[in-house]
Design a protein around this ligand. Structure first.
Ligand code: ATP
Length: 507
């Protein structure tokens, strides 16, 4: 665990040092849980967004994209349930004055018990070696069974209390479990209160006439209110999807995990409209499709797992998360939700406008059901960064930090170095760069020894470095060096575009 924490700190420091992510308004000591993307970070983020867009929109004839405004009519959020129900149960520790999400405290407590079980299993594994049967051990070992029972009991009573919105019972569970504040170590807790996560602001120039509006806490509602516009103008036939990427805002309380939990973040969502009764089939379909998308990045499958929801949101009849093994543990990266007709029906009711679909096959009209896939772009960015960060010991005894970002997502694809600053090499290198620039993000560098320049590009994840040397002037060849293998090959200048684009393809 200490190692993982250490790794997380290193990634955060690396992200800053190499222009990926900066604390927002850093010169004023920062704004909590708000971050800015730097010159390399914004490229990586754009590439992830483009890849998502391409996979969802370009690759599916029945999915189209929109770009809705962040501000929406305030009634939107009454209809969606966010005004009444988009809140977290919060509890304060009176000694440390720190505020926590009650559900996070209880989940952390369950994770600790889970860790005890894992330890027990590990111990037995090393004791029994190859003959160890983990499943049998988990099903029969007394200590494991007791701890598992504890977890199950907490889960049942806790979710039941949340379901009933019984905040007194939630507090009682925290007290009964003896949960202490991680800062003060005390059990001196306040009552549990619900706290709405939406940011509000005023629209209009005069105070009296101004309307209170919200910064959208999710992008999905921009799609729901445009459902009919898109269906009609695009002559879309069910099943079809609408995709969107954009900013969302939540006044998060537990906001100390770098870009994992931000107050301003970006979502990439797709709402898929289906016949009522067909939603579970499509839910399973999108669960599988989205996992395939993640695996297409070349990240190892054991970094991912599904987590089916025990407690469903007010709008869902099935929901699962795709969790990723971040340095802070397995956490939600993407949600796949079967949202029923909850949203469209609510908007029909609140707006008085019909949001139906006339199904020519069934010859009937209905409010479509919706299956959504919703992924945080910043969390995906963090998943890629934490998976990419590698410290390597080289044969000559030196070390390098290399960001093994999937090449097609890397901020820069090619770095071009003249070996020296004289003999016409810089001019030749610039000429090569001018030829590659229209196709690839290129970086030109002539300062420092070649080895140092390689290290700098390893650290930002540039997959290819091209070195222009004296031989280039004679035979128009360069060395092409690959980031991960560090293998260098001599290639003809006129073949560079073909070779590089071949290696960058991700289909
Ligand atoms: P969590 O349980 O972690 O708060 P959530 O279940 O509230 O997340 P959703 O409402 O399902 O999240 O949002 C969809 C996706 O948006 C999440 O899977 C996550 O990737 C991203 N996301 C949600 N909240 C944040 C945040 N505060 N910062 C960054 N990304 C976020």
């Amino acid at each position: 665990m200490a190692n993982q924490e250490d790794l997380f700190k290193k990634i955060i420091a690396h992200a800053k040092e190499y222009g990926f992510v900066f604390q927002s308004s850093e010169i004023y000591d920062g704004l909590s849980a708000v971050y800015d993307y730097g010159q390399n970070g914004s490229e990586l983020k754009k590439n992830i967004r483009d890849y998502w867009w391409k996979s969802m929109v370009q690759m599916h004839e029945n999915i189209v994209g929109i770009d809705a405004a962040i501000f929406m009519h305030p009634t939107t959020w009454k209809a969606s349930g966010h005004v009444d129900a988009f809140s977290d149960p919060l509890i304060d520790n009176k000694d440390s004055k720190k505020r926590y999400r009650a559900d996070v405290l209880v989940e952390d407590h369950m994770a600790k018990i889970e860790a005890k079980i894992d330890k027990e299993v590990e111990k037995a594994q090393s004791r029994f070696g190859d003959s160890f049967d983990e499943q049998q051990f988990r099903e029969t070992n007394q200590r494991v069974l007791e701890n598992q029972k504890k977890i199950d009991e907490i889960r049942t009573t806790f979710f039941a209390a949340l379901e009933r919105e019984d905040l007194v019972a939630v507090k009682a569970i925290i007290e009964d479990l003896g949960i202490v504040c991680p800062v003060s170590g005390s059990r001196n807790w306040t009552e549990v209160r619900q706290f709405n996560l939406m940011f509000s602001t005023n629209m209009g120039s005069v105070a009296e006439g101004a309307t209170e509006i919200y910064l959208r806490p999710e992008t999905a509602q921009g799609i729901f209110v445009n459902y009919l516009n898109v269906q009609k103008t695009g002559r879309m036939k069910i099943p079809f999807g609408i995709a969107q990427t954009g900013k969302a805002f939540r006044n998060e309380i537990v906001a100390r995990q770098f870009i994992f939990r931000m107050r301003e973040f970006e979502q990439m969502e797709m709402q898929f409209f289906v016949q009522p009764g067909q939603e579970i089939k499509w839910y399973e379909y999108w669960k599988a499709e989205r996992m395939k998308w993640h695996l297409s990045l070349g990240i190892s499958a054991d970094k991912y797992r599904f987590h089916d929801h025990d407690k469903l949101a007010h709008y869902a009849n099935a929901a699962a998360d795709i969790e990723f093994d971040f340095p802070i543990g397995f956490k939600e990266l993407e949600g796949i939700h079967s949202r029923t007709d909850f949203d469209l029906s609510a908007h029909e009711k609140f707006s008085g406008k019909k949001l139906r679909y006339h199904d020519p096959e069934l010859n009937e009209s209905y409010v479509p059901y919706v299956v959504e896939t919703s992924i945080g772009l910043d969390r995906m960015f963090l998943a890629i960064m934490s998976n990419a960060y590698t410290e390597e010991q080289l044969e000559d005894g030196s070390e390098r930090v290399v960001m093994k970002i999937p090449p097609f997502l890397a901020p820069y694809k090619v770095a071009i170095f003249p070996l020296t600053k004289k003999d016409g090499l810089p001019e030749k290198a610039s000429e090569i760069m001018d030829n590659l620039k229209p196709d690839f993000m290129c970086f030109y560098e002539e300062k420092d020894a070649i080895g140092k320049r390689y290290r700098r590009h390893d650290a930002i994840g540039t997959p290819f470095c091209i070195t222009v040397d004296h031989q280039t002037m004679d035979d128009n060849t360069v060395t092409l060096r690959e980031r991960d293998s560090m293998v260098q090959t001599r290639v003809k200048v006129e073949e560079l575009t073909g070779i590089i684009s071949g290696k960058l393809k991700n289909r």
